[in-house]
Design a protein around this ligand. Structure first.
Ligand code: RIB
Ligand code: CA
Length: 334
């Protein structure tokens, strides 16, 4: 059976790292390449972290990494952008929510390098050379690269099969009270992608927080014994620690979401999502306090536009964990 062809666009990032690991170990996808973007960290670090994951999984020969956009299209909100004009004022003792604890993942350094070709150029060439409707982009960071490709090549969106993206929130924000990080970090790019006419599925915070992983489950994963399983367990523990410092509810539960891994899981196994709606979704690009919010229109008979996306609202935690552990166990058995 032919495997689905995907491109992963990432801002690695601990949860991006788990998604990449599962994609490379799981053997369920034909991973055409990986593109990186400014997001969790500045671009050179998201690229280096991505290369480390590829090397760690033993895929350095096979999987090429392309470095993408260094700055958002318009917004200057993100403190990971060197162009940031409005760094978030920090309150003493309050953590900026999306900044990783460390610049580098807990993985060995790598001699792998990103390709010379820039991500946006490679994306356009690869997608335009593909059979129409055969390539899906699994987008796990801010949507700058994808929007830039859409603007540079008007046929880009219609050539794709689908874009599955981790981003947004109907009732939850994490970068601000209103907005989820990936959308907030480049709201204009997200709005371009959402209005592109491409088939789009969003896996937002509403879904990812229903698939949180616990410290006990991290221990189960660690017990699988392989280096990859130990890495995933370490990442989960780090995330639980990070979330505990800033979210009393998660601190009490000792759990953390693995946002990006759920988006990959949905692409392969849509049944991991328990509730989803076909809806109209826009991103607030007006620059006010809701800048970067995904505005989901849930008024069944009042919506004036055609739905432009599938928006997930719930997830099956056990299903997701079973999938994740299944991949790590199988890979550990060789
Ligand atoms: O809001 C969660 C998202 O922001 C994830 O993709 C995480 O990696 C960060 O990019
Ligand atoms: Ca990410």
């Amino acid at each position: 059976m032919t495997k689905p062809k995907i491109i992963m666009d990432v801002d690695t990032g601990t949860d991006d790292a788990v998604a990449l690991t599962l994609a490379m170990l799981g053997g369920e996808v034909d991973l055409l390449g990986v593109t990186t973007v400014n997001g969790n960290l500045e671009l050179k670090l998201t690229t280096d972290n991505t290369l480390r994951v590829v090397d760690f999984c033993g895929k350095g020969e096979e999987i090429k990494v392309y470095s993408g956009c260094e700055y958002p299209l318009v917004s200057t909100l993100s403190p990971t952008s060197a162009q940031s004009l409005r760094p978030i004022p920090k309150r003493e003792g309050v953590k900026v929510p999306f900044i990783m604890h460390a610049d580098h993942l807990p993985l060995p350094e790598t001699s792998l390098k990103a390709q010379e070709k820039r991500a946006v150029v490679w994306l356009i060439e690869t997608v335009m050379a593909s059979q129409p409707g055969t390539v899906t982009i699994v987008a796990l960071g801010p949507l700058t690269n994808i929007a830039a490709a859409m603007r540079a090549e008007p046929a880009f969106a219609s050539r794709l099969q689908e874009i599955v993206l981790m981003g947004g929130g109907d009732r939850i924000g994490n970068a601000s009270a209103a907005a989820e990080f990936n959308i907030w970090a480049d709201p204009e790019a997200a709005e371009i992608v959402l209005q592109s006419g491409c088939k789009i599925s969003l896996i937002p915070l509403d879904a990812t927080h229903e698939a949180e992983v616990s410290a006990a489950q991290a221990a189960e994963i660690e017990a699988i014994g392989s280096k990859e399983a130990k890495f995933v367990a370490e990442v989960i523990r780090e995330r639980i620690g990070g979330y505990s410092e800033r979210d009393p509810e998660l601190a009490a539960k000792q759990t953390a979401p693995l946002h990006d891994a759920l988006a990959l899981c949905y692409f392969l196994h849509p049944e991991c999502i328990t509730k989803k709606i076909e809806t109209v979704c826009h991103v607030d690009v007006s620059g006010g306090v809701c800048y970067g919010r995904t505005m989901v229109d849930r008024r069944a008979n009042l919506v004036m536009e055609e739905p432009n996306c599938t928006f997930a609202l719930g997830a099956d935690r056990e299903w997701f964990l079973g999938w994740l552990m299944g991949i790590l166990k199988k890979a550990a058995q060789g």
